[in-house]
Design a protein around this ligand. Structure first.
Ligand code: UDP
Length: 463
């Protein structure tokens, strides 16, 4: 058997922020265990990485980057025409990736394993073509993997998807309403995502390992319920502090699309412990005017400081209500982007109003910060359910019947999560999960053992 140093792993991903983060963190974890890792992503990411704010370098991290074309021109609007992007990626991108693998392979330099993002299921075929064992890094909750798996393999478990209020009972999951399923499987959703997930499930037979960005203690029953089907191996939580250990290195490892405004950490330093409401909706979700108005009104009335991430908008053109900045200048800070993991770990943060992307969900669990869950689409609906009903570290912020959000509802949630006996319970539970997350990731913990087993299996298949 050879040593880890000789093992070369190729990881393939989209360049979306929520996809790059866990892939990069796993890459660093594997590098810290002596493996050689190359991340292949699309050409559009190269431009993002070439900007001076992106401080990752190949020498310091030993993670290498390679790029392949998605087959579209530079000026193609990839955000607007997602369907065309996905089709072109599968048709042209797969050939380009295959050529890249050929170019990177020599007699004594071969890839021992390809780890792919699940939303590029065709990578599994490219790996098979090159005779390289393939793993998927499932970048959402194991619960969501379980739902997709069962939806495509056991459709009889699901009631009519046309009726949004019907209940769905799946093993080891809380009862979900149809409208709480990942929105990609609802009939109202664009068919290309559905096709993507069908292909993902169909290709599972060719995948040797499904690695989950979660930890056993967080989703134990769900993980156990999949053991006799297509098991998922929890190797997370993939968060920077567990991957790298040192805070300085965490910043250097950033591949963020926007520059983090680090002054917000100094601002947090000046706030009392457990006082600040942190608000962020990830890298894609954009608020409507009604949502922004209601959140702003609640923050203005709240008896607490707040830190709110409002990204430059790409699709909508909502604005803060007039007079809001002036009225809240002593208690609020608005930034375009921040080092979210650092913010959540800061002792001043009391709660997190989140859209429940899986990275944000895990990051708040790891930080022991209770959440106000306000999901929008895709897996976020399930993550919100997990936070509230399974992890019991959050409350759910709800829209009215007509789909609008009221300031009273935002206020109700802020109070519930920060004051009174329920808030105390939520914090206690959040701290217990924080501790469990640390234990899972440390030497000899459940996820650490799973990573080591995975590496040993790669070593076993390549020598
Ligand atoms: N994030 C960040 N700074 C911000 C907002 C978000 O670094 O100001 C990071 C966050 O830590 C997470 C990622 O962006 O790792 C967002 O991923 P998530 O899965 O939560 O949501 P998505 O953006 O995919 O909807």
């Amino acid at each position: 058997m050879g040593s880890e140093e000789q093992v070369r792993v190729l990881m393939v991903t989209f360049s979306y922020q929520g996809h790059l983060n866990p892939i990069l963190r796993l890459a660093k974890l594997l590098v810290s265990k002596g493996l050689h890792v190359t991340i292949a992503t699309t050409e559009v990411a190269r431009k993002q990485m070439l900007k001076p704010k992106t401080s990752i370098t190949q020498d310091t991290t030993r993670v290498h980057f390679e790029f392949f074309s998605d087959g579209l021109t530079d000026d193609f609007d990839r955000q607007k025409y997602v369907s065309s992007l996905l089709e072109s990626l599968e048709a042209a991108g797969s050939k380009n990736l295959s050529n890249l693998i050929t170019n990177l392979t020599t007699e004594d330099k071969k890839f021992s394993c390809i780890i792919t993002n699940p939303f590029m299921p065709w990578v599994v075929d490219v790996a098979a073509e090159h005779n390289i064992p393939c793993a998927v890094l499932w970048i959402q909750a194991c619960a969501v993997y379980s739902i997709y798996y069962r939806y495509f393999n056991q459709p009889q478990l699901f009631p009519s998807l046309e009726n949004p209020n019907e209940a769905v009972e799946l093993p080891t999951l809380p009862v979900l309403l149809v409208k709480e399923l990942p929105s990609f499987i609802l009939p109202s959703n664009p068919i290309h995502f559905n096709k993507l997930m069908i292909k993902f499930v169909q290709n599972l037979g060719k995948v040797k390992w499904i690695l989950g960005n979660s930890f056993n203690e967080l989703e134990e029953d769900i993980v156990a319920s999949l053991a006799s089907l297509k098991p998922i191996i929890p190797i997370g939580p993939l968060v920077s502090q567990f991957v790298l250990g040192k805070e300085e290195t965490v910043t250097a490892a950033s591949l963020d699309k926007w520059r983090a405004e680090d002054s917000c950490i100094e601002w947090l330093d000046e706030r009392p412990p457990l006082s600040v409401i942190y608000i962020s909706f990830g890298s894609i979700t954009e608020l409507s005017q009604n949502q922004m108005d209601s959140i702003a009104a609640a923050l203005k009335n709240a008896n607490r400081p707040f830190l709110w991430v409002i990204r430059p908008q790409e699709k909508k053109s909502t604005e803060l209500p007039s007079g809001f900045l002036e009225a809240t200048k002593d208690k609020g800070l608005i930034v375009k982007w921040c080092s979210q993991e650092k913010v959540l770990m800061h002792p001043a943060v009391a709660c997190f109003l989140t859209h429940c992307g899986w990275n944000s969900t895990l990051e708040t669990v790891v930080a022991g910060v209770p959440a106000i869950a306000y999901p929008e689409w895709t897996d976020q609906l399930v993550d919100a359910k997990l936070l509230v009903d399974v992890f019991k570290t959050g409350v759910r912020m709800k829209n009215e019947e007509d789909g609008t959000l009221t300031a009273e509802e935002v206020q109700r949630c802020i109070l519930e999560v920060t004051e009174g006996p329920k808030a105390t319970e939520l914090k206690k539970r959040a701290m217990a999960l924080k501790d469990a997350a640390r234990k899972a990731a440390e030497n000899g913990g459940s996820s650490d053992q799973n990573v080591n087993l995975f590496i040993n299996e790669i070593l076993g298949t390549c020598f």
